[in-house]
Ligand binder design. Structure first.
Ligand SMILES: [Zn+2]
Length: 241
């Protein structure tokens, strides 16, 4: 995720076809080097001329004159290359990068093919990606939610300490502006969104039960949502519209 967010330079191993040493070429005798075959047919309406790719040289106009043993009839051998590629920030799964002329060399010395690099995104266990935004699920105790605290959360480029205000509701979304992924087309940078989940204890000792029981009827513990306490659908509308 760090590499996607910031861009990265990678070295990759590629097996590509290159011209073998010691191979020499000569002009194709079939087409005299034009790569094209002209065919003249006599018909009732006169002569018709059609042209097609030369089948002897496949259109390159050149054929192999001499080749060392072990080199196939195309004059090419497979060679391992280490290629350095610059992956721009903001790439996503299924995207294809293209390096012009870094593919296989053409038989007979034409234009080399391109190297196509398919991007596969490795999922981050903590930071989920939603477009250019990153989403982090934070769980806090209801004591921390009520009293307020500060929490360290993972983020691009290292951990960030965030403040949890006293009286934070479960489902609140905190936004770290510009802490997401840079847009591949240069349209700004996404945000990191932190979903606050308030953790309710599943087991209590009898002592803990007694303490909480004494607070049960306290007016402050009775839910009393106001218009500021947005429900789930309103929050979604706010963050994804
Ligand atoms: Zn030819």
């Amino acid at each position: 995720m760090d590499e996607i967010a910031n861009g990265v330079e990678k070295k990759i191993k590629v097996n590509r076809l290159v011209h073998a040493d010691g191979v020499t070429f000569k002009t194709c005798a079939t087409c005299q080097g034009s790569g094209q075959m002209r065919k003249v047919v006599n018909t009732m309406l006169g002569q018709m001329v059609s042209s097609s790719t030369c089948s002897t040289c496949s259109g390159s106009g050149q054929i192999i004159d001499k080749r060392p043993s072990g080199v196939d009839s195309s004059g090419l051998v497979s060679k391992e290359d280490i290629i350095s590629i610059k992956v721009p920030a903001g790439v996503s799964d299924g995207m294809q990068l293209s390096m012009s002329g870094r593919g296989n060399e053409a038989p007979g010395g034409g234009v080399s093919g391109d190297l196509l690099i398919l991007i596969e995104e490795k999922e981050d266990k903590k930071l989920k990606r939603d477009g250019n935004n990153l989403i982090y699920d934070l769980h806090i105790s209801f004591i921390d939610a009520a009293l307020g605290t500060s929490e360290e959360v993972p983020s691009i480029g290292g951990k960030v300490r965030i403040k949890i205000e006293p009286g934070t509701q479960s489902g609140k979304i905190l936004r770290l502006r510009g802490k997401g992924i840079k847009d591949i087309n240069g349209y700004g940078t996404g945000d990191q969104l932190i979903y606050v989940n308030v953790w309710t204890p599943k087991k209590l000792t009898s002592e803990e039960k007694a303490k909480l029981e004494s607070l049960r009827s306290s007016a402050n513990f009775i839910p009393n949502p106001t218009s500021d306490d947005k429900g789930f659908f309103e929050r979604m509308k706010e963050y994804f519209s």
